[in-house]
Design a protein around this ligand. Sequence first.
Ligand code: FAD
Length: 510
Amino acid sequence: MDRDYDLIVAGAGAGGAVVAARVSEDPRIRVLLVESGPDYPNLEALPKDLRNVNHASFFDHDWRLRYRPSTTSRPDVPFPRGRVTGGSSAVNTAIALRGQPTDYDGWAALGNPLWSWERVLPAFRKLETDQDFDGPYHGKTGPIPIRRHTRGELVPYQAAFLDACAELGYPDAVDHNDPRSTGYAPHPMNKRGTLRISTAIAYLAPVRGRPNLTVLADSDVVRVLFEHGAASGVEVRSRDGRTARISAPHVVLAAGAIHTPPILVRSGIGPRDVLDRLGIAVTRELAGVGAHLQDHPAIGPTLVPREGVADWDQPVIQTTLRYTATGSHDVNDMQLEPLSFMHIPGGRLLMGLVACVFKSYSYGRLVFESAGPGAAPRIEMDYLSDERDYARIADGLRRAMELVQTRAISAVSAGVRRPTEEELASPEVLERWIRAHAATGAHPSCTARMGPVDDPTAVVDERGAVHGLRGLRIADASIMPRVPSANTNIPTIMVGERIGAWVREELAPA
Ligand SMILES: Cc1cc2nc3c(=O)[nH]c(=O)nc-3n(C[C@H](O)[C@H](O)[C@H](O)COP(=O)(O)OP(=O)(O)OC[C@H]3O[C@@H](n4cnc5c(N)ncnc54)[C@H](O)[C@@H]3O)c2cc1C
């Protein structure tokens, strides 16, 4: 039977753009990449918020989602997600970390041997051109350029932060992407000057001319269509509300950890009670859809900058301290990151220092309240519900307070704004403050986890194929079995590289 395409990819973000670019390297495979947001096919057309990496873009290309961080926090805090080709990689801060070898060996131990550190390292090397380091851990020919700010490029607060870490005796990490490293150093970052290098720029821009790759922007994938237990295409809704059916024997969902699960649910794939409640016919019962939502919760002091130290257009982050929490067995499970300025709408210019739990154990969930074509799920994070996470973030805040009192940071900061003396008054009061204010690291993941078929929480197998269905795969942050101890852009691009290579291999005509 004639099909419109050989492969449809839903979502052009950190995972989807990479899959589309890699699969369409084979000129015989016709690929359609569908993106809900707009598409800017060349750099000249790129709006300023997507271009200037000094700020993350929170408004102009955002999904306007809200979430509940914990049971004792406000229920409706803004939750940023990119809606544009490049996805969240097009709006983010461009921190380019990979995580620890133990993260990926942990994925393998959960029944996914293809994802051990040894197996993922070649894809991490393939995706990057590291401009500073060479050797067995780095790539020199990949689409994503990675470099670290030199000492001379650091703004005063970021330079003071590194000095403060040295003052307190933390080690110099030199290269945060060397798996043996720990301590303080400039972040590896995927940017050129102030240009954020998204997957739209690194992966799609160079291959726009391929006749076998079509990008369909401003269009939502509503659901996946099936014939006899196999994917047969997708239903797409354009901005003016018209729907169309597009056929293909293979579909890859890459709409991200918040938006891939509702596409599954609308397609009849999910927990039975959810499908029954929403009146959706069951295609495949999979209890793990929307469960096990993970992220990296963060909290920290805000600081008043000394005169002339800060401004609104400095790079917001240039450096970090990775360390292992007191008593922890998880290496580099914490990061302390200085923010050159804080995004407080209408607020005065403040600096920040966030303690972020990078090996988090708490799980939240997505709650599906509607089967409507554009309905977003309710996002309930349940941060710090696992006591190990609370212990680490509280210890991280204590360390952050120690750092802001060093000579180095006192030279650029006129004092701490929050937490106040009252909030610091007793451990109980401080705990309430932490639990009420810990907020997202913007790294949602694990809502369609990979795992073997006998794992009741697993949604996909280790090649990204949805259990029990043919022709449907997922390639985004939702399939991570556990959030890695790194910002999730580069790990998701790695996922896209690997699943893209497998799909290309499988679809190649004999
Ligand atoms: C403000 C912010 C700052 C961040 N900073 C960093 C950082 O510095 N470093 C880092 O490593 N990570 C960072 N992240 C996280 C990182 O960008 C994400 O982990 C990564 O982009 C996730 O990739 P993904 O493919 O799962 O989802 P995304 O990249 O979000 O891609 C999903 C795509 O699918 C599209 N989509 C959704 N629903 C549909 C639908 N129904 N039909 C069609 N298309 C759809 C979306 O519009 C989007 O383009 C940040 C994220 C944000 C929001």
